[in-house]
Design a protein around this ligand. Sequence first.
Ligand SMILES: Cc1ncc(C[n+]2csc(CCOP(=O)(O)OP(=O)(O)O)c2C)c(N)n1
Length: 440
Amino acid sequence: MDLQKTEIDTDKLVGFQSEINRSVYDIAFIDAKIDQFLKDFKKSKRPVMLIGGGVGLAKATELLQKAGRMLKIPIFPTWNALDVVPSDYKYYGGCVGTYGGPGRNFGIQNSDLLLAVGSRISGRITGGNLKTFARAAKKYVVDVDPVLLQEKLQQVPFDISIRCDAKLFMERLILKLENRPLPNMSSWTKQVLDWKDKYDPVLPEFFKQKEHVNPYAFMRTLSQEMKSGDILVADCGGNIVTSNHAFETKNFSNNGNSPMGFSFCGAIGAWFASNKKSNVVCIIGDGGFTMNIQELQTLLTYGIKVKTFIMNNHVYGIIKAFQDTNVEGRHEASGPKGYVPPDFVKISDAYGVSTRRIKKNIDAKKMIREVLAYDGPIICDVDCGDWYTYEPRVFGWDTPIEDMYPYLPRDEFRKNMIIDPVLGWEKPHLPGIKAKKQKK
Ligand SMILES: Cc1ncc(C[n+]2csc(CCOP(=O)(O)OP(=O)(O)O)c2C)c(N)n1
């Protein structure tokens, strides 16, 4: 209460400096490490970059994309950098990690040189089997935060740690790359991009599904229907997995903390910051929507034209998937036992917000168009039945991340692993799973 009542003279507050304070960085050290990286790059056969949210925060997106066009190597964004390395970027190599989507992690796992910028390479990226993460790669890690570069906090040991702002690092890297002959990595890069295209999580049969809406098909269609410059804010749980697996380009999300209900308010914030001409779309689960349902009134009070799609699978999808993997399919409090969502259309109607329902997969495209074209706030309930099949994904925490479920036939797996696989993928059965097979 004392703090809340305190009078503040805003002119006297300590300011935040958005410009890089170059004096805190050791430029000679950074340049020497870049030289070392370029020497290793010459010897390398399978170099890659891993880009985290830090690059976007440092406003280094354009410089990173320029450096990528010079190096011509595969670049993998973490989920927090999907708008830094969008899916239509020439060297986008797919998503990586325990829910690694397009490419099923073959690119990063086969690499022999890894340059990570603005990512602390968290457990979501490495999986729990740390010694198998990019196991043949010499790892350069660039981070602005010296704390994250401390050895004791590294999930996987970094070979070379470079403390630097991402923008400054990219500037120095580009200076070194200009007018320098570089080895041709085109066949490796093509191989990674082929993996990405071949192992697209969005399967053709998803579009043919009868009855309920298939979330993967829905997200891919939505990404085709949204325009460049539109904003997508996705939430938490299974709907963020399907968004990140299937939505192409234009993404903006909350993957760090992942609080349920974030995207509804995040989209409202994004609408205020937007040009008011582009669409701002909110993707949210039924569980997440319940968390901030009172903001329906805010849409009306301020005339906020956010278009919200509730991916309604009537359960806590990601929790059920976790329960299948880890507690033998005992679905406690994840629905329908212990959790049942209300009828969101009736609730939104009561607030006076416009509504739509999509009940069938086949109607998705038409309805997406109608909602996107609607001039005002609108809530669309997307009936996904009880879908919670998020694939591909690493099954079991101690599994190398190229060993994804659904497992590939042995021969196909071997063809894709240049680096010797550890035995994980040879497992003939799914560890610990006794859950019923789901209907798709
Ligand atoms: C505020 C909050 N409470 C609990 C969690 C843990 N949690 C993560 S996802 C999830 C279920 C999400 O269900 P839903 O919103 O329906 O999305 P789905 O996974 O079905 O797409 C829960 C309980 C969380 N992230 N945030």
